[in-house]
Design a protein around this ligand. Structure first.
Ligand SMILES: [Zn+2]
Length: 129
């Protein structure tokens, strides 16, 4: 897999240094419009989490889905699906890292969408899904 698919692309204010994900066109802190693309760090910490038991169309094979609020190493908070972990073993403060996974597949077209999810960083995952 080419590395760009792993990217969590946000941006950074060139004037005050604040980083954002998703990227903003105007800095919330200093109102500058001078923002540049910036890769977000792949490591973060779990702040809170939840489980979604009801399936969404196209996601039936992934239920129950777990979602977490993750604070990345640069302080940016993002919501992401959690994988490679049981709900029972999750706890606040768990160290996480971004992994590249199948998000969903469209059964009719056969199209598959990929993107990032978060897994515990202490576990080495070799899954190629
Ligand atoms: Zn700024």
């Amino acid at each position: 897999m080419r590395d760009r698919y792993y990217s969590i692309l946000g941006n950074k204010c060139a004037d005050c240094g604040q980083e954002y994900f998703p990227p903003l066109s105007v800095c919330r802190k200093c109102h500058s419009t001078n923002l540049r693309d910036k890769q977000m760090p792949r490591n973060g910490t779990l702040l809170s989490y939840t489980m979604q038991k009801e399936s969404l169309p196209g996601f039936e094979d992934q239920e129950p889905m777990m979602f977490g609020l993750v604070r990345l190493d640069n302080g940016v908070k993002i919501v992401a699906q959690l994988v490679d972990v049981s709900y029972e073993s999750l706890e606040r403060g768990t160290n996480l890292r971004a992994v590249f996974r199948r998000i969903r597949s469209n059964g009719e077209s056969g199209q598959i969408f990929y993107g990032y999810k978060f897994a515990p960083s202490r576990k080495i995952t070799g899954a190629s899904e």
